[in-house]
Design a protein around this ligand. Structure first.
Ligand code: NOJ
Length: 536
């Protein structure tokens, strides 16, 4: 059988550069720090890195407010550091994806500074400007995540500009072909430097209703759907995002990527799609699978930690998947509470096993392999602009630095330097402590990734759910004919679970377990992946 394209079952490790490793002693991680940890990542067994933004930025939204798309912010290093990082990753067989932020720029970007000089600026139309509504006030009722108007008045010209997020992050106008060409040039700049693709920020936002019609009034319980990150619900016909014209835009973007080759040379797009209507989500692949290679499905972050709910989600997502497309799974991001805090420390290993044994590509957020919990952030320590406005929305707890060791600065920064956010301690210890502990989550993650590489059943093949006792999620993964199968049993209860010598009438053999010390037939609190099943 031909090997599938590299990205179809990729394990993508998200690096949040600010919090990874600080090599210059300013309390903030940097690109050299990421490069220094390439051996760790390669030993872990992931195959692709995705770096959150490291571009020149005033950091109002920690780099998602880009001031210069083709410059590295001095906080993180310079282009030579970036090239060094890509070379080191490639030398270890790791691919590199970087963030690509199409919907907005920083207000300090030269494009916006130019646009802001007035209606006669050649770049005026690169952003979205409108006169006030007839009676005065913003042109329509669109709001930001914070529930405020998405329009800010530019006093000089008397016009409003649109911003889906902070007012210092004006939205670009992707309907203008010059904007698309300029943004495609940005992509080419990084592709020419060797990146293997992009994680496309807020992918559904780039096309809005050209007539800028009001959104339907938010009824009780629907307000979340009116927020850019709250999810897009096709039933509501929102006008501030997901206009069907975006498909043509992503086909153009895809052509830019495809020009760099296919197969092992393929450069890919991983799309941030907060759609929870799986039909709506599936459209981002494109009718001919000619748009976004891997639209992220965030379902696991929004699903109760309960076997029935997880099984239904997996079935629905796979059911909505276009023929020939592969799904993507994620349990943690820099925007959501940490998985270890969401599901509880005892279930973090099960969450990892689930993430890495579902069919398709998986995204692993840095620190989750250590069971890193949310950091405790005091009000004075809040840095996230969302948290500064609405403490409940703060994303700081999930963005705390990597605990590499128990030494000073947690091995993240130098002794005596205050890290930009407080460091949280995983119950299983720092990376150094977990390194030599066969029972650690780090060791388990390595073992699952090794099994995933070695066992054909964990490729993009079939999944079938099996009957299981209450509180247990069980499924079989089956590879190509002759490849055998694996049964995964996840004990989501907090009690012990006894697995007999046979399951569904078939004998089994243990490959790995979250409770490695447990004997094969002994009562186990853990979760197992086992096979090959001689009968299959
Ligand atoms: C999604 C990113 O993940 C988030 O961190 C950012 O604030 C918004 N997009 C705006 O770019």
């Amino acid at each position: 059988t031909a090997t599938p394209p590299w990205w179809r079952d990729a394990v993508i490790y998200q690096v949040y550069p600010r919090s990874f490793l600080d090599t210059d002693g300013d309390g903030v991680g940097d690109l050299r720090g990421v490069a220094r940890r390439i051996p760790y990542l390669s030993r872990l067994g992931v195959d692709t890195l995705w770096l959150s933004p490291f571009f020149s930025s005033p950091m109002a939204d920690f780099g998602y407010d880009v001031r210069d798309h083709t410059a590295v912010d001095p906080l993180f290093g310079d282009l030579a550091d970036f090239d060094g990082l890509v070379a080191a990753a490639h030398a270890h067989g790791l691919r590199v994806l970087i963030d690509y932020v199409p919907n907005h720029t920083s207000g300090e970007h030269p494009w916006f500074r130019d646009a802001r000089t007035g209606p006669l600026s050649p770049r005026r139309d690169w952003y979205v400007w409108r006169d006030p509504a007839p009676g005065g006030g913003p042109p329509n009722n669109w709001i930001t995540l914070f529930g405020e108007s998405a329009w800010t008045l530019d006093a000089e010209s008397g016009q409003y500009y649109l911003h889906s997020f902070l007012s210092s992050m004006p939205d670009l106008n992707w309907r203008n072909p010059a904007v698309r060409e300029a943004m495609f040039d940005v992509a080419r700049f990084w592709l020419d430097r060797g990146v293997d693709g992009f994680r496309v920020d807020c992918a559904p936002l780039i096309a809005k209703d050209p007539a800028l019609r009001d959104n339907p009034a938010a009824g009780a319980g629907t307000v979340a759907h009116h927020r850019p990150m709250g999810g897009y619900d096709s039933q509501l016909h929102l006008h501030d995002q997901a206009h069907p014209d975006l498909h043509a835009m992503y086909r153009e973007f895809r052509a830019v990527l495809d020009a760099y080759g296919d197969g092992p040379a393929a450069r890919i797009a991983l799309g941030e799609i907060h759609a929870y209507d799986w039909q709506a989500w599936s459209r981002y692949f494109g009718r001919e699978l000619d748009e976004i290679h891997l639209p992220i499905n965030f379902g696991l972050l929004r699903t109760p930690w309960e076997p029935g709910a997880i099984r239904d989600l997996v079935r629905e997502v796979l059911g909505a998947l276009p023929a020939g497309a592969v799904p993507t799974w994620v349990t943690g991001t820099h925007d959501d509470p940490r998985v270890a805090s969401r599901v509880g420390r005892d279930q973090a290993a099960n969450a990892m096993l689930l993430l890495l044994t579902l069919p398709g590509a998986a995204i692993l957020y840095n620190g989750d392999e250590l069971g890193l919990p949310d950091a405790h952030i005091t009000p004075e320590d809040i840095r996230d602009p969302w948290g500064l406005r609405t403490p409940e929305l703060s994303r700081d707890p999930a963005r705390s630095p990597m605990p590499w060791s128990d030494g000073p600065g947690a091995g993240f920064t130098r002794a005596g330097v205050r890290p930009w956010l407080p460091v949280a301690r995983p119950p299983g210890g720092s990376a150094a402590a977990q390194e030599d502990d066969p029972g650690s989550l780090l060791s388990l993650t390595r073992a699952v990734l090794a099994l995933r590489r070695a066992h054909p059943a964990l490729g993009p093949g079939a999944i079938e759910f099996a009957d299981a006792p209450e509180g247990v999620l069980a499924y079989t993964r089956t590879g190509p004919p002759g490849g055998g199968s694996l049964l995964i049993t996840l004990n989501l209860t907090d009690g012990p679970l006894h697995i007999g010598k046979t399951v569904a009438g078939r004998p089994w053999e243990r490959h790995l377990s979250t409770a490695p010390e447990a004997g094969a037939t002994a009562a186990s609190r853990g979760t197992d992946a086992h096979g090959p099943d001689p009968d299959v």
